[in-house]
Ligand binder design. Structure first.
Ligand SMILES: Cc1cc2nc3c(=O)[nH]c(=O)nc-3n(C[C@H](O)[C@H](O)[C@H](O)COP(=O)(O)OP(=O)(O)OC[C@H]3O[C@@H](n4cnc5c(N)ncnc54)[C@H](O)[C@@H]3O)c2cc1C
Length: 321
């Protein structure tokens, strides 16, 4: 019996969210007296055996290049097969776009209870209970899972990556990739150096930025902080920024360590997507802006005066000014 962690990758590299899932899976395995293993579909340039340092003993790999892009049908079929063959009783995924696409199908196929968006390790002292966010992060609930196989998708940025020593054994699985009902014709990558859902720091702008021509300082600050850029919904709706940057109830929900909101009022629908951020910094010229109520740090002032000063301060701190 084991805890099996799905390892996701892009451009040949393991995603940070998967390192969190591996650390989480290894901790859960230790807590439950089970072995920790991984499953990876496709090929990567990263050293897979080195993932053993996150606490897993084996990685089941289906080394087929056609699996480097998500195909939910194939992924669900192959991961289900490996879960059953390896005797795994707990399957861990990240609650990312990929995790969201395959978790329900895995749950149906394996007849497994699924908890999406877990925020911490399960309590296994009396059954199997997992805490998760509900109502766009406004409340928590605890779900008890009783099925023989259990699936958890872990929210990004809630569990720390913890590395030690060790090397994982790679088991090459000979599972045929079937003809797919899906053909990927082209892949268009989102601009920006850091993917929004994986970013530890996010710099976000709202309608207070007045127009798309003023985004230079936001992008510069993001570059300096190795952060992703985001925006409020009206900014995306007006075409000032691409839609994949829109965060909130109807956009992407994120949980970075630091969220810097510039010229955003803090409407409830915006907060729904960012209120799981660890630290929120708000820059707004209106001291009554609702966002200040949710802020850890607030700067009341004109963004066009504060941003250049903030950029200078960061440059000075980094020794490049
Ligand atoms: C069903 C529904 C779903 C929605 N989903 C989302 C969602 O997912 N995400 C989302 O963001 N919104 C969503 N909205 C819209 C939401 O209600 C707000 O209208 C929106 O978030 C406001 O965007 P904003 O803060 O950028 O703009 P505004 O509300 O116009 O606020 C601009 C802010 O900038 C400040 N400001 C102006 N000039 C400056 C300056 N020079 N320096 C500093 N500060 C300045 C102002 O004081 C103000 O607080 C949704 C609405 C509905 C009805």
């Amino acid at each position: 019996m084991s805890v099996l962690v799905f390892i996701d990758h892009a451009d040949g590299h393991i995603k940070k969210t998967s390192l969190e899932a591996l650390s989480y899976g290894a901790a859960l395995a230790k807590q439950s007296g089970l072995a920790a293993e991984g499953v990876l579909l496709g090929t990567v340039s990263d050293d897979l055996a080195a993932l053993g340092k996150y606490g897993i003993g084996k990685i089941h790999q289906v080394s087929e290049e056609s699996l480097n892009h998500l195909d939910a049908e194939q992924y669900i079929r192959i991961i289900s097969q490996i879960t059953q063959a390896s005797g795994a009783t707990i399957l861990i995924l990240s609650h990312t776009n990929t995790g969201r696409a395959i978790a329900p199908g895995l749950s149906a196929r394996l007849r497994a209870g699924l908890v999406t968006g877990a925020t911490g390790l399960p309590d296994t002292s009396n059954g199997f209970q997992v805490k998760k966010n509900v109502f766009s992060g406004k409340a928590f609930c605890t779900v008890s899972v009783k099925t023989p196989i259990k699936i958890i998708s872990l929210n990004p940025n809630v569990y720390p990556v913890s590395a030690g020593e060790g090397s994982a054994e790679i088991i090459l699985e000979k599972i045929p990739v079937q003809a797919s009902g899906v053909t990927i014709k082209s892949v268009t990558k989102a601009t920006g150096e850091v993917p929004l859902t994986e970013a530890e720091i996010v710099v976000s702008g709202g309608r207070g930025m007045k127009g798309p021509e003023n985004w230079g300082p936001i992008e510069e600050l993001a570059r300096l902080l190795h952060a992703a850029t985001a925006c409020s919904r009206p900014v995306a709706d007006s075409g000032w920024r691409p839609h994949h940057e829109h965060v909130g109830q109807t956009g992407i929900a994120i949980a970075p360590n630091l969220y810097i909101a510039i010229g955003i009022s803090g409407a409830i629908q915006h907060l729904a997507g960012v209120n799981r951020s660890k630290i929120i910094v708000v820059i707004n010229k209106d001291p009554e802006a609702p966002f200040f109520k949710s802020a850890d740090y607030g700067i009341v002032g004109d963004a066009f005066e504060i941003l250049p000063r903030l950029i200078q301060a960061v440059k000075k701190l980094k020794g490049i000014a």
